[in-house]
Ligand binder design. Sequence first.
Ligand SMILES: [Mg+2]
Length: 213
Amino acid sequence: MNNYLPTNKSILFDLDGTIFSMSSTLLPRINKYYSRPVIEAVPMIEHMQQTGGIYPGLLTVDSCYKPRLFVEQQIYPQCFELINYLIANKFDVWFVTMPLQNYHTKSSQQEKIAQIQRYFGQKLAQHIIFSCKKFEIPGLYLVDDRPQHPAEESKAQWKAILMEQVYNYQIDCSRRISTDNALTDMIQLMHRDAQMNISDEKQNKEQSILISQ
Ligand SMILES: [Mg+2]
């Protein structure tokens, strides 16, 4: 394992539904059970349990727990570009993901590590943290698709960036990027934050001068 950890300058990325398309592996598996294709109503497990009862829920869980769910996921091309851009510009990139809570925990972790190694190489494959408490991990930003993500910002050092998906459009978050335009969105967002920091610093300086007078 790596002998260092993320800092408050690190940029953190969730994996599933953020840089990797869950629907690229999960949807085809689930759709095998149905005569009519299931749309991207993710979190699918939640949706199907609410609307279809236990049986569709079981089918979904069964689809999740079959091996190779993670290793066959496709990366969003713009997220691939974004992460390579950040690495090339010397940002400290980390991946933070929840482990599957079942008997496939170990193999799902290995699949996720393999995916990162495949796309970003051996060094970045050591930059994965498996945690259910993402707010405990230091960082400048955490990019995540979970609808609950922005609410955790108050407990964390990082600022929440919501990766837009159909299931989080209604969620209020001042920092959002899209899978189709991740690189441009992120550059604009970081630029905007940098400008705000400069004007905050300027304002603080002016205030302290006023106070000292
Ligand atoms: Mg996710």
